[in-house]
Design a protein around this ligand. Sequence first.
Ligand code: BDR
Ligand code: CA
Length: 312
Amino acid sequence: MAQKIIIDTDPGQDDAVAILLALASPELEVLGITTVAGNVPLDLTQLNARKIIELAGRPDIPVFAGCDRPLSRDLVTAEHVHGKTGLDGIALPDPSVPLQDRHAVDFIIDTLRAQDPGTVTLVPIGPLTNIAQAFRRAPDIVARVQQIVLMGGAYFEVGNITPAAEFNIYVDPEAAAEVFDADVPLVVLPLDVTHTALTSREWVDAMAALPGRCGPAVAGWTDFFERFDKEKYGSLGAPLHDPCTIAWLLRPDMFTGRHINVQIETEGRWTTGMTVADWWRVTDRAPNALFLRQVDHDALFDLLAERIARLP
Ligand code: BDR
Ligand code: CA
């Protein structure tokens, strides 16, 4: 039976590739896509999510709009990385599939209550606001979550939005702290992994040459997205951060990491949003996360290519 997942997202070109990878994978059943403010404001993230499911030929996947700002801070966005629309790189038509009426937080709560306990995995690939709100409003659902597989944080690689913090955690550190404290099985794909998940020219060219529309879309997005990291880090390609979550669900054997304690800094003078990972186990704080550190790059990109080629 397919693994049931809810993708909580702020698309974002790399979010878009993650959604395509999930929709191309029969091992996964995407129950819904919940959107949150992050890379760009909520009105754009929900619109982008609807464009992506139509591109994938899956208008049956319900898309919900969630929180339009962090729990207790002003929203920080990342147009400097993702462009004005959040999904710059190719022009997609306005979607005809409507936004669902229900709030994303209600959908998360209702779904976890309706499905058997321990059968639904949450995959947050943006700020953790919707997930924290769902846990605040319905504490009974926390024990029903199978696991959370999220993209966020960094330890050895430190920050991308500040010297200490990764974007998803930085935008809503209070939400992240609540989720990391929730006592739910947690799998973390930090920058330590995702900054090595870099596209190559050959891979992007192969995507562009695929006969359907999704491959060329992935090529257009990654071409746009890579210019930022090339300038900033001198890296060779675009980091496919968010697809690493879906790839971990499909092929956990491609990744290595440690079960460790991870705390979220919410009060730092310079370090707000830092994921303080006890990699060396120098405290007696109990492990609360599987914190991944490495991925088999070639296996990851082979998987992505094989799956994207299945899409229209
Ligand atoms: C994360 O921030 C966003 O810009 C990306 O979509 C990814 O989820 C990387 O720090
Ligand atoms: Ca994202």
